[in-house]
Ligand binder design. Structure first.
Ligand code: NDP
Length: 280
């Protein structure tokens, strides 16, 4: 029987409703700052959708922009001001930044309680310590979708392919906290296909070749969460998983597009809500 679809759009809609109730219950209006250096087409359209969602949730949304020519010192100084501003609840540094700057390093200078993307030593370390703060959004979305299948994660064999700081590592830790037995794989892993085939829950966060994970990598009935986004041209994207063959074997599967992506966006606001509650 073909797999059931883990529909990211439907899951995102349900989370949105919870978020709206959560923000409405706050005693103050939180503010999200979108900080950008220079102009980037992708960032501009991403900011439009961020703003729309912020407004729908009753969150103030402010854009802070520095020119393309801004020096690292100028960016750091502005970030420090935002960190120290009690009126700012959460900050997103929009990537990419101009080539003379290091976006990853700059993002790590956002105060941890305001770093709602959660990619810094404090927030990542907090996962290891089981003292959750802002959780990396994509990893959180992947695990949320796996849980949404309704499959009991307790004691399940989870295989995560990819070990990045943004997705693979935090997703593995989150699955471990759900009592999965986790195997983390990467480009040097041997017998990848056999390991993948042992997974009750398979999370792929690779991004090198569209459809690399085919149906013969999948354990019958497994939950497959495809985080990968690969541009295949003509404005189309695909995932790491070959949907057609994998969906004949898996029990549940996320599509690309329409799987992890829409849930990731909601996780950003989930982190903002959590940050607002702490700051309140
Ligand atoms: P990275 O490039 O940082 O990490 C990729 C990981 O995949 C690495 O650990 C790498 O191993 C591993 N890998 C690469 N090739 C292979 C292979 N042939 N076999 C096994 N493992 C392999 O990417 P990210 O983690 O940032 O992103 C992963 C994917 O997820 C990308 O497609 C990205 O676009 C997508 N993404 C999707 C998001 C969403 O919202 N849906 C958000 C963020 C990312 P090694 O460490 O050994 O190099």
């Amino acid at each position: 029987m073909p797999a059931q679809i883990l529909d990211g759009k439907a899951v995102a809609k349900a989370i949105k409703e919870k978020l709206a109730a959560g923000f409405a219950a706050l005693k103050f209006k939180p503010k999200l700052v979108s900080f950008a250096v220079g102009v980037d087409d992708g960032t501009t359209s991403y900011r439009k959708s961020q703003k729309k969602q912020a407004e729908a949730l009753g969150v103030a949304y402010e854009m802070v922009d520095l020119p393309e020519s801004a020096t690292a010192e100028q960016v750091v100084s502005r970030l420090r001001e935002l960190n120290g501003d009690p009126g700012v609840t959460g900050i997103i540094l929009q990537l990419p930044v101009p080539k003379h700057l290091n976006g990853e390093q700059l993002a790590r200078l956002i105060a941890p309680q305001k770093n709602i993307e959660g990619i810094d030593e404090v927030n990542l370390g907090a996962i290891v310590m089981k003292k959750y703060r802002n959780i990396p959004c994509t990893a959180r979305a992947a695990v949320e979708l796996a849980a949404h299948s309704g499959v009991d994660l307790n004691g399940a064999n989870a295989v995560v392919i990819g070990r990045s700081t943004i997705v693979g590592k935090p997703a593995s830790l989150l699955l471990l906290d759900r009592n999965c037995t986790v195997t983390m794989c990467h480009s040097k892993s041997k017998n990848l296909k056999e390991i993948a085939k042992s997974a009750d829950v398979l999370v792929t966060a690779i991004g090198t070749k569209a459809g690399m994970v085919t149906g013969d990598w999948i354990k019958p009935g497994a939950v497959v969460v495809d985080v990968g986004i690969i541009d295949i041209g003509e404005g189309k994207i695909r995932g790491d998983v070959d949907f057609d063959s994998a969906s004949q074997v898996a029990g549940w599967i996320t599509p690309v597009p329409g799987g992890v992506g829409p849930v990731t966006t909601q996780m950003l606001y989930m982190n903002l809500l959590d940050a607002a509650k702490v700051q309140q």
